[in-house]
Each structure stands twice: as structure tokens, then as C-alpha cells.
Design a binder for this molecule. Structure first.
Ligand code: FAD
Length: 480
């Protein structure tokens, strides 16, 4: 190869637009080699639903890169070894990537960077994932925020790290003879026998174009309902950008600037825009927590929670996973997750509270199930949110705030449309009883063709008693 190439290592930044690492590689003027490495040994390897998404996202990225002029190389193995050998094989002069924030991933990146630099390779890394780097948003006395509201205030004041990079239409010139690549299909990321992803495939369009379409749809049709309607699972008022953000098919800076453009045009109210951006900023906050707390995915931030009297309730866990708890809003959420790979935020809070506080099952079990089944599974958001619901995280919901699955259902799914969609065996039940079918008179159940305990389960636990039990457990760790 005459001119020494520049390698771009793609990770959770599967996009061509507003991608600082790709941009820097292109700016060198050298031939660009984009690579994705499947590293099965990495800590927190993606779950099954994420692998489904990854397959399609990579295929879409490869198409976009090909159109722009470069071939995406697929290789598998220990990421640092694979990258070092690619550098050697191609005599690359530069390596670029966008940063990661989980200690075990940061360690790989740091070691690799110093090894490559020692070998004379120029390595540059960027922020392609967050509005601001964790170390850029610090309290007045230095150090990270542990409470969200002042964090958001500080972030808003600082604004995003840089302007959104406008689409670069210049060709990305790849080498005349690209390095060898494995075949994406040979990675077997898609489920077979059974293929459980049919409805997931009907629901989502992974890839950068899918992300753009999703954002445009949200900004044109839904954002003005967001502030008041975002808690309603029966409505389509949230952006559903989460899987696209998790895989970096779109970055928060692009979202930030698109929302500001709409505001400037007078198409979006300040209230709606700021509410939405403040939720996008929760994602930055979760990444801060992950960056500063190595054990966030595994251990409670409030250490006394490690001694909570959890129960080993396998039947309860199974019923929860399958959406057969007898509480319709919980079951609808768990079935939405299984069928579509996603769950509405309000319902995520309800089902998480039910697992942790009604069933007394450790939050890590719920976190693991979400990790495997969510298409938007994100290490920072998932761990921070589970710790938040459990009451053991930073700025967590107080432990004694225990969601009542019946009143939550009545408040946020008042007509029961969400339950009807995902728990079809209850679809004929009048709204009055849909969140508590056991309260319905026999005649109403009969009319709706429901036999409790047969066509739909009785509640697996009495919520009022479970609540008392959970509070007792909390007293124990508080006094210990
Ligand atoms: P919108 O309301 O449209 O928000 C836009 C974006 O802001 C989201 O895509 C997301 O990136 C970010 N965001 C919104 N709410 C939050 C929040 N509370 N915390 C952090 N970021 C937020 N989100 C994930 O992306 N991945 C996860 O693995 C994940 N696990 C969760 C587990 C539990 C127990 C709970 C309670 C929440 C979890 N969330 C997770 C946060 C939130 O539920 C989702 O981000 C949101 O439902 C995605 O839908 P949306 O894109 O329509 O959100």
C-alpha cells in the first residue's frame, strides 16, 4: 500500500454523519479502513436482542460506507489483538475511535492506545457519544454530580461540546486493495430456530437512515405532546430513539441541534423541547455515573443495599419474565418487551419496582433480563435506571416509593388500551376492571370470556402485603 492508511475503529457509533473519529480519518486524506470487531470476551457482551440489532445496523453502516467510498471490514477476536494485527498488516499511520466510558472498556482502550503509540502509530480519540464528557460537567468543588437536577442545570449552561458536524459529502477513499474481511452472516447474530425476532423486525428499522426517520417523525408529529404525554404507554408520544442512540446511529448532538432548529422555526414549544432534551441529558448523567463508578452494573452504589434480605423466588422471576404475574400493566410491559424488544419508560419503572419491591428479587436479575431482551440495552442507562428504581443508586427514587401496579395502570393507561394490545386475553374487559381483573364480578368476567387462573393468572402476590414486607426489609438494612 503506497500511502499509509488511517483506521477507524467503530464500536457504539455506527453512523457516518457527525462521527468525529470517521471525520478525523477522512481529514488525513489517507485511505480509510473502517473496521468493526466482534469481541466475545468483552465484559458485558451484548444480549440476544442487541445482537439482532447489531447485525442490521452493521449491514446498514457497511452500505452507507460503501456508497461513500470505503469498505467496512469485519473481524472477530480479542479487540486489542485484532486491531494491532490490522495496523501491522496495513502499515496504518493513524488509528481513530470514539471513546467508551465503562472502566473495563476504558482499560482496553487505554492500553491499546499506549501500545500503538509506542509503536509509532498516531492514535486519536473523540467524544462521539455524549453531549459533554463526564469530566467536563463538574460540581463547583470539582468531581462529578450525584444529583440529576444540578447536573442538568450545569450541562444546559455549558451547552453541547461542539457544533453538530454537517453531512460530509466528500468521498471516503478506501485503499485500492482493502484488507480481508469476515462475512457478517458468519457471525450468526440473528436468531434461528426459533426466530423470535419477527415482530421486532416489523417494529424497527436499524441503521442511520432509520434513526433519521425516527427523529424527523418525532419532531414533526409528537414532540409537542411530549412534556404532558410522555408517561402514557397507550400513546406514541416519546421518540423511540433509544436503540438508535445505544448503537450510535444518531448522536445526542444531532438531536440537540435538530431540536434547536425546530425551536428557532417556532415549530416546537420551549417547554416541549426542554423537557425532551432534559431526558436526553439523563443519558449523559447515566454515563457519568458509569464512568465514575466501575461497579455500577453489578453492585449497589449505596453499599448497605448489598445486605437487603432478597428472596430466591424462581417461580416469581419466571412469571415476571413471561408477563404472567396477574397484574395487567406489569404483564403488558413484559410482553411488549418480549415481542418488540422495547418497553415504555413508565412501564419499565412499574415492572422494575414490581420485581424488586413486590417480589424481593435482586435488581441485578431484572437488569440481566433487560440486557438480553431490550434492543436499546445500554450499559449506562440500564444499570443506572435499575439502581434508581431499587433506591440504591445516585439520586435514586426513595426506597419507600413503591409503585402500586393497579393505580399506576389506571393513571397512565386509563382506557386500558395498552393492556389490551399486549394482553389480548383481557381485551374484552371493561376499562373499570382492566387493571384489576380479580375485582370484576363473575358475570363481567364471563361476558369477557375470562376464567381467572386459567385464561389469565390470578395475582401471584398481594401487593398491599408485599409492600409491607418490602418496607420491613428496608428497615432492617437501615438499622444495620
Ligand atoms: P424518550 O423519552 O423519547 O427520550 C429520548 C432519549 O433520552 C432516550 O432514547 C434515551 O436515550 C434518553 N432517556 C430518556 N429517559 C431516560 C432515562 N430515564 N434514563 C436515561 N436515558 C433516558 N434506556 C436505554 O436507553 N437503555 C436501557 O437499557 C434502559 N434500561 C432501563 C431500565 C429501567 C429499569 C428503566 C426504568 C429505564 C431504562 N432506560 C433505558 C431508560 C428509558 O426507559 C429509555 O431510555 C426510554 O424509555 C427510551 O424510550 P424513548 O427513546 O422513546 O425515550
Amino acid at each position: 500500500m503506497a500511502e499509509r492508511p488511517a483506521i477507524v475503529w467503530f464500536r457504539n457509533d455506527l453512523r457516518t454523519e457527525d462521527n468525529p473519529a470517521l471525520h478525523a480519518a477522512r481529514e488525513t486524506g489517507a485511505p480509510v479502513i473502517p473496521i468493526y470487531i466482534l469481541d466475545k470476551d468483552i465484559a458485558h457482551f451484548p444480549g440476544a436482542a442487541s445482537l439482532w440489532w447489531l447485525h442490521h445496523s452493521l449491514s446498514s453502516l457497511a452500505g452507507d460506507l460503501k456508497n461513500a467510498g470505503a469498505k467496512l471490514i469485519y473481524r472477530s477476536g480479542k479487540s486489542a489483538d485484532v486491531l494491532k494485527s490490522l495496523v501491522k498488516e496495513t502499515n496504518a499511520e493513524h488509528v481513530f475511535w470514539n471513546r467508551r466510558y465503562y472502566a473495563k472498556h476504558v482499560e482496553i482502550d487505554k492500553d491499546l492506545k499506549s501500545d500503538l503509540k509506542a509503536g509509532g502509530v498516531a492514535v486519536e480519540t473523540f467524544n462521539g457519544t455524549l453531549l459533554r464528557e463526564p469530566w467536563e460537567v463538574e460540581t463547583a468543588s470539582g468531581g462529578p454530580y450525584r444529583v440529576y437536577t444540578p447536573f442538568w442545570k450545569a450541562l444546559k449552561q455549558l451547552g453541547p461540546a461542539r457544533a453538530h458536524m454537517r453531512p460530509n459529502l466528500r468521498k471516503i477513499v478506501g485503499p485500492a486493495n482493502p484488507p480481508k474481511s469476515e462475512k457478517l452472516a458468519s457471525w450468526n447474530l440473528l436468531p434461528v430456530n426459533p426466530d423470535w425476532a419477527t415482530e421486532i423486525a416489523e417494529t424497527w428499522s436499524p441503521g442511520e437512515q432509520g434513526a433519521r426517520d425516527r427523529l424527523n417523525h418525532f419532531l414533526n408529529d409528537n414532540i409537542n405532546d411530549y412534556a404532558d404525554g410522555r408517561d402514557r404507554p397507550d400513546k406514541d408520544f416519546t421518540s423511540r430513539l433509544s436503540p438508535h442512540l445505544s448503537f450510535g446511529e444518531i448522536g445526542p448532538l444531532q438531536i440537540w441541534s435538530a431540536v434547536h432548529d425546530k425551536m428557532a422555526d417556532g415549530k416546537v414549544s420551549d417547554k416541549a423541547a426542554m423537557k425532551f432534551l432534559s431526558e436526553v441529558a439523563w443519558r449523559d448523567f447515566s454515563y457519568n455515573l458509569l464512568f465514575y463508578n466501575d461497579d455500577l452494573p453489578d453492585k449497589p452504589l449505596r453499599e448497605n443495599f448489598a445486605n437487603y434480605p432478597w428472596r430466591d423466588d424462581r417461580d416469581g422471576l419466571k412469571a415476571w419474565r413471561k408477563g404472567e404475574t396477574g397484574y395487567p400493566i406489569v404483564d403488558a410491559g413484559m410482553r411488549q418487551l418480549w415481542r418488540t424488544g422495547w418497553m415504555h419508560n413508565r412501564v419499565r419503572m412499574i415492572v422494575a419496582s414490581f420485581l424488586i419491591k413486590d417480589l424481593l428479587i435482586p435488581w441485578q436479575k431484572g437488569e440481566a433480563w433487560f440486557w438480553d431482551t431490550l434492543v436499546d440495552a445500554d450499559l449506562a442507562n440500564n444499570s443506572a435506571s435499575w439502581q434508581w428504581v431499587a433506591g440504591c443508586g445516585a439520586d435514586a427514587s426513595p426506597y419507600f416509593r413503591i409503585f402500586n401496579p393497579v393505580s399506576q395502570g389506571e393513571k397512565f393507561d386509563p382506557e386500558g388500551q395498552y393492556v389490551r394490545e399486549f394482553v389480548p386475553e383481557l381485551k374484552n374487559l371493561p376499562a373499570k376492571y382492566i387493571h384489576a381483573p380479580w375485582k370484576a364480578p363473575e358475570s363481567v368476567l364471563e361476558e369477557a370470556d375470562i376464567v381467572l387462573g386459567k385464561s389469565y393468572p390470578n395475582p401471584i402476590i398481594d401487593h398491599a402485603k408485599a409492600r409491607e414486607r418490602a418496607l420491613e426489609g428496608y428497615k432492617e438494612i437501615k438499622s444495620a
